[in-house]
Design a protein around this ligand. Sequence first.
Ligand SMILES: Cc1cc2nc3c(=O)[nH]c(=O)nc-3n(C[C@H](O)[C@H](O)[C@H](O)COP(=O)(O)OP(=O)(O)OC[C@H]3O[C@@H](n4cnc5c(N)ncnc54)[C@H](O)[C@@H]3O)c2cc1C
Ligand code: HEM
Length: 409
Amino acid sequence: MLDTKTIEIIKSTVPVLEKHGEDITKTFYKLMFTNHPELLNIFNHANQKQGRQQKALANSVYAAAKYIDNLEAIIPVVTQIAHKHRSLGIKPEHYPIVGEHLILAIKEVLKEAATEEIIDAWVKAYGVIADAFIGLEKSLYEDAAHKPGGWDDFRTFTVAKKVKESDVITSFYFTPADGGNISGYFPGQYISLKLTIPGEEYTHIRQYSLSDSPEKSYYRISVKKEEGNSEKPDGKVSSYLHNELNEGDCIEISAPAGEFVLENVDKPVVLLSGGVGITPMHSMLRHLDATGVNHETIFVHAALNGNVQAFTDEVHEIAKNNPLVKSYFCYENPTDKDKTEKVYSKEGYITSEWLKTIVPNKESMVYMCGPVPFMQAMYEALLDAGFKKENIRYEFFGPSMQLKETQSV
Ligand SMILES: Cc1cc2nc3c(=O)[nH]c(=O)nc-3n(C[C@H](O)[C@H](O)[C@H](O)COP(=O)(O)OP(=O)(O)OC[C@H]3O[C@@H](n4cnc5c(N)ncnc54)[C@H](O)[C@@H]3O)c2cc1C
Ligand code: HEM
């Protein structure tokens, strides 16, 4: 436990941290990667370059500082991070490295304002926060290892099948190279892939949501190709998976993780996705189909058009066989073929008015996933349409963020 004086100092530094938070974390990463370049095997370099990870870490440090005498209050946030850490293979021995460099960064940014007293308080507070993470992650590693078919860390899988789902999305089916079983998972969870790409100095780890139902004997992921944008470099891992990884090849995978899962509640369900955000929603839909749909389930998906849309036939088939399931596709810019085949329900964007007409029950549980601007727009549209904040769950395909009730707030 921290003494009152330390708690007071930590709390009084929150405004300073809020002001300098991102500078501190940027400095922290720079120093840490200079002294420990081996950590570049774990961290996502694109997230670093685009600053999203800096924001995520900065936010969690403020949260921890604000609640340093009541860390239980931030358990949901810590648990979500701990799932990501476990999936990445973060170990207790990594924490002192992060702690040391965080303190060095605070000193470098705050300069003389970082008195010995403040630094001492932060060393102690970091110890308390790190212990909370280490304890939680220990139990997550144990859970992952002790499940039937489970394992901790990374395990070698073979690509059993590679299937093109659309112009931009390809699915990969993985089975364990050791011939053993896979561990079960909850629909909505993700796995991490660790890749050694020829010509790359470091390994690259990325998360992918499982896109089939957990009732299967393989893991399936469905990956969007991030290529051909003249303003941005091609995505490292997605390009490699699409262009180089073939049936029969091996790949390192960590056990399923994540808290964005279909909850066992007695309510209708809305599965709302944009673009490749369809993957966890599709897993949820397939699981409901495999185990029995008991509630009205409405699958709503937004895509540019039918050429980039994955799983159209699978979703239609499930809807056809289950009277309680309805599916709607909204195409921003349908092709002539889409128009002839009429596979979509609406042209343009998903709006609050349209949601009101297709989802009659505003008490529904809503699960959503897609690009950040899509999720922000959907969150506002859902609230405007009368859905309850506490019934809306969402997953980011990158460091987590907080959606706003209105963008102007
Ligand atoms: C929980 C979770 C689940 C996910 N599930 C899926 C899924 O089911 N399917 C899926 O396709 N993806 C999924 N993702 C996203 C996935 O993990 C990868 O982020 C995605 O495949 C891109 O990785 P990459 O290595 O190809 O691109 P990266 O090399 O990581 O680049 C990412 C993006 O940043 C851009 N970029 C890179 N460097 C720069 C720079 N210097 N300046 C500006 N832009 C830059 C790239 O052009 C690219 O668009 C998920 C992510 C999470 C966190
Ligand atoms: C108390 C200390 C720590 C805090 C508060 C913290 C916080 C965070 C947060 C908020 C995220 C983003 C999670 C998400 O939304 O996806 C994250 C991700 C991550 N963390 Fe930590 N973390 C800590 C310790 C560590 C340690 C010790 C390591 C390993 C050296 C580490 C490595 C990572 C990596 C690799 C990611 C994934 C993001 C990326 O690659 O860009 N973290 N952490």
